[in-house]
Design a protein around this ligand. Structure first.
Ligand code: 3PG
Ligand code: MG
Length: 388
């Protein structure tokens, strides 16, 4: 058991649930799409399906189950775009016995972690279960409040997520290769540092690579660079961990737009420096081949974040190559973050990896800190193993 799970109460620590009312915090913050009839519907129910084993386990023990979740970032109470109705329909299709409350973020007390809101939330319940891994890095009312008031437990999905993701930092099979991408380098530096201490190699792609390349004095044209993080990147490159950066970059000519369906501008692959004004939007073929080979030779792989602007087909090759390499490898492979999961799904490869996390930010925070606010709260519950 990784240290992060120690002292966290599990479903068996809840005792008899027959006839009890259980509040289950889930992360049903799922993508929505408009149907032909103009209604909102759930576009991907992965997060909903992931909690069904927990809901079933509680129902089978005779509990009445009420779920609660946030959805999106509503502008205020009742924001029509973020009503739970479409999510409730999706849940009813796979687990009709479980109820679902209205969007928690319609209540200002949720994000503010207001104790009065926690009191109202837990009113009438006998126990609390957190199965919302994707939201467990948020110290919000529904995540950290209930364990102070009710016997509590981590749900099956939350426990499994923590076991797998925190487990990567705890004696992984070697070689352990991490592939990190995405745009915001500031969000990932802590992960590069903590994973870099354990992994045999950290491969960096996506827009975050340009701040690392700039720190080495490489010409990055007009690519996205976070000037305030150049020194941090340089320090990480000089550290003990083996960071591998792309050597060739696919870039778009000055001034052109990119995104789904865009066709304007010239697209070229450059070895070494990018010319002035060119925007790097994917790793090149040589880098993709190097990354793929390192992934193929690994015994443990972590992949979080796309290698480029893959929603524009012209810049999807690097991400596709990594997706295929991760899927083909016989390693224990863990994929985190909505974009990487989407890239896998687009290539029909989701079932080829060992574990797809339901978390984005939560995955990164757990890897960075080895713990999460939700787990700290659960360890403090009156029925936690360490407290008894
Ligand atoms: C997510 O999708 O990342 C989680 O549900 C958390 O959502 P938030 O970033 O809006 O807090
Ligand atoms: Mg998020």
């Amino acid at each position: 058991m990784p240290p992060a799970l120690r002292g966290v109460p599990l479903l068996d620590d809840l005792g008899d649930l027959d006839g009890r009312h259980v509040l289950v915090r889930v992360d049903f913050n799922v993508p929505l799409e408009r149907t032909a009839a103009g209604e909102w519907a759930v576009a991907d129910d992965f997060r909903i399906r992931s909690t069904v084993p927990t809901l079933r386990a509680l129902l089978d023990r005779g509990a009445t189950v009420v779920c609660c979740s946030h959805l999106g970032r509503p502008s205020g109470p009742g924001d029509p775009h973020w009503q739970m109705a479409p999510v409730r329909d999706a849940l009813a299709a796979i687990c009709p016995e479980a109820e679902l409350m209205e969007n928690l973020r319609f209540e200002p007390g949720e994000s503010a972690n207001d104790p009065a809101f926690v009191d109202r939330l837990v009113d009438g319940f006998d126990a609390y279960v957190n199965d919302a891994f994707g939201a467990s890095h948020r110290a919000h009312a529904s995540i950290v409040g209930p364990p102070e008031r009710l016997p509590s437990a981590a749900g099956l999905r939350l426990a499994r997520e923590v076991e797998v993701i925190a487990g990567l930092l705890d004696e992984p099979k070697r070689p352990f290769v991490a592939v990190l991408g995405g745009a915001k380098v500031a969000d990932k530096l802590g992960v590069v540092a903590s994973v870099g201490r354990i992994a045999d190699a950290v491969l960096i792609g996506g827009a975050m690579a340009f701040t690392f390349l700039a720190s080495q004095g490489r010409g990055v044209g007009a690519s996205l660079v976070d000037q305030s993080r150049i020194d941090d990147c340089w320090a990480l490159l000089g550290g003990a961990s083996r960071v591998v950066l792309p050597t060739d970059i696919v870039a778009l000519s000055p001034g052109a737009a990119f995104g789904p369906g865009c066709i304007e501008g010239d697209v070229k692959c450059f070895e070494g420096d990018l010319p002035d004004g060119w925007v790097g939007l994917d790793i090149g073929e040589t880098s993709a081949a190097v990354f793929s080979r390192l992934v193929s030779d690994a015994a443990t792989v972590l992949w979080n974040g796309p290698m480029g602007a893959f929603e524009d087909d012209r810049f999807a090759s690097g991400t596709d190559a990594v997706a295929h390499a991760v899927a083909k490898s016989s390693s224990f492979s863990v994929v985190g973050g909505g974009d990487s999961a989407l890239a896998l799904e687009r290539s029909g490869l989701s079932s080829e990896v060992s574990f797809v996390s339901t978390g984005g930010g939560a995955t990164l925070k757990l890897l960075e800190h080895g713990d999460l606010p939700a787990l700290v709260a659960l360890r403090g519950a009156s029925n936690a193993p360490s407290r008894l």
